[in-house]
Design a protein around this ligand. Sequence first.
Ligand code: HEC
Length: 208
Amino acid sequence: MRYGILIAFVLALGYGCQPESQQNLGNDISYDTTAVVNEGQKIAKATFQTLSSNLKNAMKEGGVEYALQFCNVEAIPLTDSLSNHHNVSIRRASHKPRNPYNTADSLEAEAIKQYIDKLETGKELQPVTYADENRITFHAPITITNSLCLNCHGKVNEDISKENLATIQELYPNDQATGFSMGDLRGVWTVRFPTTHFDSTKIDQLKK
Ligand code: HEC
């Protein structure tokens, strides 16, 4: 199970692929796309592993009901502590958010739209990077590649039980994150680096 999810995630990230685009949104920051993709993938993967091992432990401990309560309290603090650790901003954003805090902003919404269009035409989803303001942004797709996810994000009454739906609605009165099927786009990872993150001296220091 554990490895299944990891492999699914690696596939979902298009791990090892070259990025499909480098856009520069109106300013002249130049950067090494490969370095940003490598670092973004590393950070998104580490965050996924932390979230998914915590989720699985919670499900083992108290089933879906308990895991819902657990994610409600812990998903964002866990992600934020990894942001602090890596000195970047990490988040999961969705066009159909459960937690309103994870609602896609306009740049994330654009990345999501492009991924959904690609999925429809059967194209492979790859990471995207771009520079805006004083930061460099990395996005990678989050797709539903494990049936485990459907317990809480699948179809109401088919995948999600009545009891669990009641818990979801109690915790998230404006929940939009149900009705997904295997292979659907659930959202995107966003890793935002300060432009100084890739200064050569810093990178040298990191290598030591
Ligand atoms: C036990 C139920 C449960 C399972 C299983 C589950 N999730 Fe979630 N998911 C949640 C909850 C609760 C949130 C909201 C967390 C918060 O408040 O920050 C969430 C949030 C998310 C978000 C952030 C965007 C949003 O809608 O707030 C993504 C992306 C996501 N889940 C993807 C997945 C994927 C992919 C899987 C399968 C690997 C999965 N989830 C499995 C309960 C679950």
